[in-house]
Ligand binder design. Structure first.
Ligand code: MRU
Length: 361
């Protein structure tokens, strides 16, 4: 990939400011944890895995900057940083998963002492980043089989390098298939209101010289009737125990359209996006963002003054509309309520024991 979404620097965290793309490639240097939290909140960095990595690096930065000499006050500072990260965005579970990983390291400060804990925290944040890229590569290997020469592939929002540590999930599948010299058409929904499809997916595919056609969100159904779409690949922010999946607003409508047109609809996500504490999609917290994102475009009003608007940033696609879930452990088929559990246990086993067999082997 020709750019880095996020990087750990000796004196801070460097983030590619996605609010400015595609017009400008500008980096944001965050010098403390609050600046990282602000970058997540304002979507300078976004996408479930990427905000988890940013939160982890923000916590590592808080540790680096801490002047505490006592484990108790060090713990207090770091707990505050963890809380600040947790408050940034509510839907993507990867963020909470990454904060929990960092918190586990913080909690061992009495065993390792402050200086070693600081190093361990930086190491853990860098591991989360490295693992994410490796996971995405594996997802690509599993997913690429699903794309055939000549296919039309539709994606929504941005689930690419910009949304992850690198390579991407839904776009990772596209990159892997393209690298195998398969040739197919990619359609990107523009993704109102923040235009992640038009601005970000189109930009990063262009960096890799993969042709993409941007369509407005309300065109997908028409393209499907014309036979232009053979499969749909989307990312995920949180997947409940039964397979219900929260992703960028508009994903649910695409899934309904796909069902009607008999087009396979795939969710592509690392297993860190699974939240087995949640029974179904109705328990997933859905972020509501400022209505200004709807009523204004780049600072100019597009609706009459004082008009009401509603801005849920995500929706939930029921598991019945999802064909399969592509993860780094393999392609998870239905019934999701049984198979997701097996694959998640595998994630835990994998990290403890090496590489055991997949449930479908
Ligand atoms: O609001 P965003 O831009 O953070 O939403 C991003 C998405 O919905 C992505 O599809 C999801 O996080 C998966 S990214 C691999």
């Amino acid at each position: 990939m020709k750019f880095r979404t996020i990087e750990w620097k000796r004196d801070g965290v460097r983030i590619l400011d996605q609010r400015r793309l595609p017009q400008e490639v500008r980096y944001l240097d965050c010098r403390d944890a609050s600046a990282v939290a602000q970058a997540i909140r304002t979507m300078a960095i976004r996408g479930a895995p990427a905000i988890g990595i940013a939160a982890a690096m923000g916590i590592a930065l808080a540790a680096r900057k801490s002047l505490s000499h006592q484990p108790k006050s060090f713990l207090k500072t770091l707990e505050k940083a963890c809380d600040e990260m947790r408050q940034t965005r509510p839907t993507a579970v990867n963020l909470f998963w990454a904060v929990d990983r960092m918190k586990n390291v913080v909690n061992e400060v009495c065993t390792y002492g402050i200086d070693e804990t600081k190093d361990r925290l930086v190491k853990e944040a860098l591991n989360i980043l490295k693992e994410d890229v490796e996971i995405n590569r594996k997802i690509g290997i599993y997913g690429k089989k699903l794309i055939k020469d000549g296919d039309g592939v539709l994606t929504h929002c941005n689930a690419g390098t910009l949304a992850t540590g690198g390579y991407g999930t839904a776009l990772g599948v596209i990159y892997a298939a393209w690298a195998e010299r398969k040739r197919f058409r990619v359609f990107a929904d523009e993704t109102r209101p923040q235009l992640q499809g038009a601005r970000l997916t189109a930009w990063e595919l262009a960096q890799e010289k993969i042709p993409v056609t941007v369509i407005t969100d309300n065109m997908a159904g028409w393209l499907m009737t014309k036979g232009e779409i053979n499969l749909v690949l989307v990312g995920a922010d949180r997947i409940a125990r039964n397979g219900d999946t929260a992703n960028k607003i508009g994903t649910y409508s695409l899934a309904v359209l796909s069902k009607w047109h008999n087009i396979p609809f795939y969710v592509v996500a690392p297993t860190s996006t699974l939240d087995l504490t949640i029974r179904s999609g109705s328990d997933i917290p859905i972020e509501e963002r400022s209505i200004r994102e709807i009523t204004h475009f780049r600072g100019s009003p597009i609706t009459p003054k004082g008009v009401k608007a509603f801005n849920p940033a995500f929706d939930v696609t029921p598991h019945s509309l999802i064909h399969a879930i592509i993860t780094e452990k393999g392609i998870i088929q239905k019934p999701f309520h049984k198979n997701l559990k097996k694959y998640l246990q595998l994630r835990i086993l994998n990290s403890e024991l090496g590489t055991p067999k997949r449930p479908d082997e």
